[in-house]
Design a protein around this ligand. Structure first.
Ligand SMILES: Cc1cc2nc3c(=O)[nH]c(=O)nc-3n(C[C@H](O)[C@H](O)[C@H](O)COP(=O)(O)OP(=O)(O)OC[C@H]3O[C@@H](n4cnc5c(N)ncnc54)[C@H](O)[C@@H]3O)c2cc1C
Length: 399
């Protein structure tokens, strides 16, 4: 049985204050430099390990902080206000860890989770392939059982934490002919490096870090497996084939709540920058904040940002209560990330030419926002999921 720690208001406040101090002291001075160079921020990753963020959602008995989702989303939103990419390092990692925590055997949890919680082993979630993203059941990576081992062949694309990371939760087909297709899918925890030397293990073909519009600094890349072998008892999550699709889609729920919280952070920062700028920039003899056209923008930006924040809190609370929360997570993810993009775009208009300049933070927020409409299930799919759940749960009573 795993546990979470519901922090008292004072403890949560102290935790958020510590993160705020770190953001001001360590992150704010370097974020733009790392981001523009698209450079992996090793020192900030080390800080996040030390602060326990790589174990934020891992139960205390395995060395994690065991935070509730309600506290976690506040952390994610805060960090995203400063630099959204940073939240991807530990959230992709935690989605891998939660698969072990929620579906692993006791010995798998005892082996992997303390290493994940400390950041000794860091990783992510390997679902997407060159020909399969939304349609996860269309993946081609295959794992064949040979005695006590699995032999894996295939490739993954667009995987976060894959270039610098040590391990992946890898979605594979253990029975490529199964019908329905998801019955032939399994989840493996696959170490990719020798722990002593950090050299790639045999059969690992680490590809390139992909150049991206936004969400820079963090490594999103490709990886291949050619007759790569892993230990079946340690790697096959739950020691049961055929449940990988369920594990992947269940894991995405907290991922979606997290992406929604990132959207809140981006929207809050863009709104705040716009409010400050509108009061200092003057045209026609008065601050632009006194022009009604700008007030209409600020009013709408503020209302949508607050609504996004409330939807995220609602989804996090539902996650904390337990059970499937795909509708709540989908609503929060869709609304908050569309809001982030809209608010960043409006902030750019309010900033005029300065919104287009790398000397101001708006252009980064504008470039970071679209990822959140694509990752962890596209926003097209979120609305479809919401509608399906709404109907399955009996319409209005589902809300
Ligand atoms: C920066 C970044 C980081 C990422 N990190 C990870 C990661 O760590 N791990 C990982 O596994 N993946 C990761 N991804 C991949 C991401 O999850 C996929 O891009 C996403 O699931 C969409 O898949 P796709 O790109 O193949 O688009 P497609 O599936 O090809 O979809 C293309 C378009 O068609 C629409 N569409 C598809 N099917 C339907 C349908 N049935 N009904 C209606 N519309 C549909 C989609 O909404 C989209 O608009 C990352 C992506 C990015 C950009």
């Amino acid at each position: 049985m795993t546990t979470t720690t519901a922090l008292s208001e004072a403890d949560e406040r102290a935790l958020l204050d510590a993160i705020d101090r770190w953001l001001v002291k360590k992150v704010a001075p370097v974020a733009a430099t790392y981001e523009q160079a698209d450079e992996y921020p090793h020192e900030l990753v080390a800080d996040m390990c030390e602060m326990g963020l790589y174990g934020a959602l891992i139960a205390p008995e395995y060395g994690g902080l065991g935070l509730s989702a309600s506290t976690y989303v506040k952390i994610v939103a805060r960090i995203s206000e400063e630099w959204m990419s940073l939240t991807g390092f530990f959230n992709s990692h935690l989605m891998m860890a939660l698969i072990v925590q929620n579906f692993g055997t006791e010995s798998q949890k005892a082996y992997w989770l303390p290493k994940f919680a400390s950041g000794e082993l860091r990783g992510g979630l390997g679902l997407t392939e060159p020909s399969a993203g939304t349609d996860l059941q269309g993946i081609h990576t295959v794992a064949q059982r040979r005695g006590e081992r699995y032999v894996v062949n295939g490739s993954k694309l667009w995987i976060t934490n894959v270039i610098e990371g040590d391990v992946l939760a890898l979605l594979v087909k253990t029975d490529p002919t199964a019908q329905p297709r998801h019955r032939g899918m399994s989840m493996l925890i696959t170490p990719t490096r020798d722990p002593a030397t950090r050299a790639d293990l045999p059969g690992v073909q680490r590809g390139r870090k992909l150049p991206k519009l936004g969400y820079r600094g963090i490594d999103t890349g490709e990886i291949g497996f050619a007759d790569y072998e892993c230990d079946a008892a340690l790697s096959l999550v739950g020691e049961e084939e055929g449940r990988g699709f369920l594990m992947a889609t269940g894991g995405l729920e907290i991922g979606r709540v997290n992406v929604a919280a990132r959207g809140v952070g981006v929207a809050r920062r863009a709104l705040n920058e716009a409010v400050i700028y509108a009061q200092t920039r003057q045209t026609m003899g008065k601050p632009i904040a006194e022009h009604q056209a700008i007030q209409l923008k600020l009013g709408e930006m503020a209302a949508k940002t607050r609504a996004a924040e409330l939807l995220v809190a609602d989804a996090a609370a539902a996650y904390d209560r337990g059970g499937r929360v795909d509708m709540e997570a989908g609503m929060a993810k869709w609304f908050a990330t569309e809001t982030a993009f809209e608010v960043a775009t409006e902030a750019m208009r309010i900033f005029g030419a300065n919104g287009y300049s790398k000397d101001y933070p708006i252009e980064r927020l504008y470039r970071d926002a679209p990822l959140m409409m694509i990752g962890e299930g596209t926003n097209e799919m979120q609305r479809i999921i919401i509608a399906r759940r709404l109907i399955a749960r009996g319409g209005l009573s589902a809300l």
